[in-house]
Ligand binder design. Structure first.
Ligand code: FAD
Length: 458
């Protein structure tokens, strides 16, 4: 009988355990359900929807080339899957496990209605596999990472299914265009179209490129002016490629570059491990600060709202911060070092609750990931379970110099392009032209943050 494959963030043909096993058992009906309700305040943001459209388009072509197709439905995922199963006479749904709380809930509900076969597909090791000696999940990254390295290798990678056979009759499907996932007026996605190729084939092209560059990663990863990180994050997030495929591709490399890169893949696993233990992690703090006194709330006053908007638009007067925020807006991605600098700036220089930053990134990033975004925001704000770094305040100007961001600033803050390498990190007010002066001085901001932090703890 037909086998349903429930696609979510696993939009690939190769190394897709759910698809692979379903195809061995019968005709395949692959289904993608756009469920805008289940995730509540974490429904996909604009950049995610843009990526999702192109990724589904690309994967539909791959299914088409195998005489198969993807059925698109909109609504409650469990209800739609049940309807499709009923229409084609299927009893079994195959799916790769996902750990966002709304997906775990849906998995639980579906398992009560149909035979749900779940597989580990999107992580090196599934959360719950890497535990302390006493069998508890890790809360802190470093021992988690060490333990993960001891458990290597991850599972074997799977090939594409040899055959994908079709059911006698196809159930009804929406048309992708009807979902309006792409922006129309205004069309803000031009920069994203220039920056990205979406889909499984593009992910592998990028991986080929990365194969020639991973050696430089250890030194290059902190330098935003040069293209020295993999930029695989949206492909990984949407499951166009799996970390297991990447791992097997590079496993024989001995360079420091690869070793450091491997640890970043483990960060990705770690974030899932955290949201499994703390499903509200992107929304809740876990430290005993009095957050009512710590944060300046943008909803509480016009000036604070203005600060928030300067940050969002890349108009803070700190070139490295503004370059990052504009890169995010234009391309849907931001360099990791600059993500840390911009996040620290919002939280500490502007004293705005990290959740507002998490939300903005959630809407703007093509790799917006419930686990990775939440874990990294909490890591910078020092409010999470792993680090307590509130009092470590990044100085954007010296970070900009240290990591040689002049070229990056020229690219994303063209008003400053004519300034010399020495001037561009912190231009004199007379040299700024149309570019704004700093919305707050570094020293003043630092003192304000430390005082608020001290007071919130007493
Ligand atoms: P590379 O440096 O090439 O790393 C390889 C892969 O490892 C990445 O593609 C990513 O999948 C993973 N990875 C690397 N660093 C991290 C990390 N710190 N945490 C988790 N996974 C990591 N990453 C996301 O994928 N989604 C997010 O929503 C996200 N939000 C972030 C928010 C903040 C405030 C910060 C500081 C970081 C965030 N990151 C997020 C982590 C990191 O910045 C990106 O994964 C990285 O910049 C992506 O670029 P890359 O593919 O070139 O990474």
């Amino acid at each position: 009988s037909p086998q349903i494959v429930w696609l979510r963030r696993d939009l690939r043909m190769a190394d897709n355990p759910a698809l692979y096993h379903a195809a061995q058992q019968g005709p395949v009906v692959a289904v993608y359900v756009l469920d805008d309700e289940a995730a509540g305040d974490h429904a996909y943001g604009g950049a995610s929807r843009w990526w999702l459209h192109h990724s589904l388009e690309s994967l539909s072509k791959s299914f088409g080339a195998r005489n198969s197709r993807i059925i698109l439905r909109r609504g409650d995922a469990v209800e739609e899957l049940a309807k499709v199963a009923n229409a084609v006479g299927a009893e079994t749904v195959h799916a790769n496990r996902h750990y966002e709380p709304w997906w775990r809930k849906a998995q639980g509900k579906l398992a009560k209605q149909l035979d749900l076969q779940l597989y580990d597909g999107n992580y090196l090791f599934p959360p719950g596999h890497i535990t302390t000696g006493s069998g508890d999940p890790y809360k802190i990254y470093t021992p988690f990472s060490k333990s993960t390295l001891e458990q290597m290798p991850p599972r074997d990678e799977l090939p594409e299914p040899e055959t994908i056979s079709s059911p006698d009759e196809w159930p009804a499907s929406d048309k992708l265009e009807e979902w309006n996932l792409l922006p129309t007026k205004p069309d803000w996605a031009g920069g994203m179209r220039d920056f990205w190729e979406v889909g499984e084939a593009a992910a592998f092209e990028r991986l080929d490129w990365w194969d020639d560059h991973v050696e430089d990663y250890d030194e290059g990863r902190n330098l935003p002016s040069v293209d020295k990180s993999s930029q695989l994050s949206p492909h990984l997030h949407w499951g166009e490629i799996s970390p297991v495929q990447i791992w097997h591709r590079f496993k024989d490399k001995r360079s420091q570059g690869w070793k450091t890169f491997e640890k970043e893949l483990i960060w990705r696993d770690y974030a899932q491990n955290v949201i499994c233990q703390f499903p509200d992690y992107p929304k809740e703090s876990y430290r005993d600060y009095d957050e009512r006194t710590l944060w300046r709330n943008p909803n509480a006053g016009h000036l604070i709202q203005q600060d928030m908007e300067c940050w969002q638009k890349g108009m803070t007067g700190y070139p490295i911060v503004d370059a990052g925020m504009r890169q995010l807006w234009q391309t849907g991605w931001m360099h990791n070092r600059v993500r840390m600098i911009t996040a620290s700036f919002l939280i500490k220089h502007l004293l705005i609750d990290w959740r507002h930053g998490e939300r903005w990134f959630w809407d703007c990033l093509v790799d917006a990931d419930y686990g990775s975004n939440g874990v990294n925001w909490q890591w910078v704000s020092g409010t999470g379970v792993d680090s307590n770094m509130f009092s470590r305040i990044m100085a954007p100007l010296s970070q900009s110099e240290k990591f040689d961001a002049a070229g990056y600033i020229r690219e994303y803050v063209p008003e400053l392009a004519k300034l010399s390498d020495d001037e561009i990190h912190d231009p004199a007010d007379s040299k700024r032209g149309d570019y704004p002066v700093k919305i707050i001085g570094h020293k003043e901001a630092r003192e304000r943050a430390l005082t608020a932090y001290r007071e919130s703890k007493s």
